[in-house]
Write a protein that binds this ligand. Structure first.
Ligand SMILES: [Zn+2]
Length: 384
């Protein structure tokens, strides 16, 4: 971070030419553009939200942009992750986004953090930046980013998306609520589906990511009213924005009056993402393969949508999409073991819970879904 009393960096002639439309704005001007140039922003995730927000931050001239990601670019990312092109499929997201941002604006420094952000590295990385922008798509990283920002006293520009709906806010525990004031504990695993499970309209992260970029620039400029203390809700189908007032929770476990959290935790464990070996409700891909090879008379029920089966399917299965399960549960055999499967193991667990309530027993859910099957048992099954 730049010490508060150090002078703002000067703008070169090419920079003055490039940022002309900013310099004309009285709220930005040359001093504001120098503040943007002095800014150090960390973008967590180079995916749906990270793509548009990093592109706009780079275009705006944010001097130092750190990007954290450890994934590779997949074909199914391109529908919304606009920083990456078709030629980048199969390569790392970090390499792809660094190349794109540097091409967009050679005057900014892009710092790649090709790492899985966790309790061991988050504080050290967050400490290097002025503003943290959360472009993650899972609860474990979201709680990690929130806690790291509270502990390091940094603003956390939050965004999340699912299906046709998005949310954005600015969490800054020094002056307002944090994410845990809103949601003290993560939801039980499987209750909130991921975008991979439930889908997302491709342009939605463009809307929410652009709002996050706007808030980040306002924080660097010290201009306008940010979303501190407000949760912005966006519904793309209705084309409506709503707003919720957020209050700091005096009982918040990390930013409240008597906090119980003083250091980073194990967020995968907190969010129930870690597999439990003893949990008989789940079966691993390898265990399922062994039981099928041994000739056991079990029924594999695939609860995914038809278009997913067209991409990848098991050798033998009964197809009952999750949404049709209430009407078609009667088709399932009652006397045989049933293994439920989906893409990543979330929908199949919901199917299992539903069927248990209907009085079915001898049910298991394939942990990690057909994706785990492809990775661990049969690599000829395409991943998506
Ligand atoms: Zn809080």
């Amino acid at each position: 971070m730049r010490p508060a009393d150090s002078p703002l960096p000067e703008l070169s002639v090419p920079e003055l030419r490039r940022y002309g439309r900013h310099l004309t704005l009285p709220e930005v001007g040359e001093e504001g553009q120098r503040k943007i140039k002095a800014g150090r922003v960390l973008v967590v995730g180079a995916g749906g939200l990270g793509s548009p927000l990093a592109l706009y931050l780079a275009a705006a001239g944010v001097g130092t942009i750190g990007v954290v990601d450890f994934d590779d670019v997949e074909e199914s990312n391109l529908q919304r992750q606009i920083a990456h092109g078709t030629a980048a499929v199969g390569g790392s997201k970090i390499a792809s986004i660094v190349a794109r941002l540097t091409d967009l604006n050679p005057h900014v420094v892009v710092v790649p953090h090709e790492a899985y952000l966790d309790r061991t590295n988050a504080l050290a990385i967050v400490r290097e930046y002025d503003v943290i922008v959360d472009g993650t798509d899972n609860f474990a990283t979201r709680y990690l980013v929130n806690d790291a920002c509270v502990l390091e006293r940094k603003p956390n520009v939050y965004g999340s998306i699912l299906r046709f709906e998005g949310q954005a806010s600015v969490f800054d525990a020094r002056v307002g609520p944090c994410y845990r004031c809103l949601f003290p504990e993560p939801p039980p695993p499987g209750v909130v589906p991921s975008c991979a499970e439930a889908g997302v309209l491709g342009v939605l992260p463009g809307v929410i990511g652009s709002i996050q970029a706007t808030e980040t620039l306002k924080i660097l400029l010290g201009a306008g009213d940010t979303l501190v203390g407000r949760l912005l809700l966006y519904d793309a189908l209705e084309m409506r924005f709503r707003e919720m007032r957020l209050k700091k929770d005096p009982l918040c476990p990390i930013c409240g009056e008597h906090p119980s959290i003083h250091e980073l935790q194990d967020y995968e464990e907190l969010c129930g993402v870690k597999p439990h070996a003893a949990d008989a409700l789940e079966i691993t891909a390898r265990q399922l393969a062994e039981r099928l090879t041994s000739g056991e008379d079990l029924v594999l029920v695939d609860v995914r949508e038809p278009h997913e089966l067209a991409i990848a399917h098991f050798a033998s299965y009964l197809h009952v999409p999750l949404r049709t399960l209430p009407a078609r549960a009667g088709e399932l055999p009652r006397g045989k073991p049933v293994v439920l499967a989906c893409h990543h193991g979330v929908r199949s667990m919901r199917a299992l819970e539903f069927l248990r309530e209907q009085g079915f027993s001898n049910l298991q859910s394939l942990a990690g879904g057909i994706d785990a099957w492809s990775r661990e048992v049969d690599s000829s099954v395409p991943r998506y």
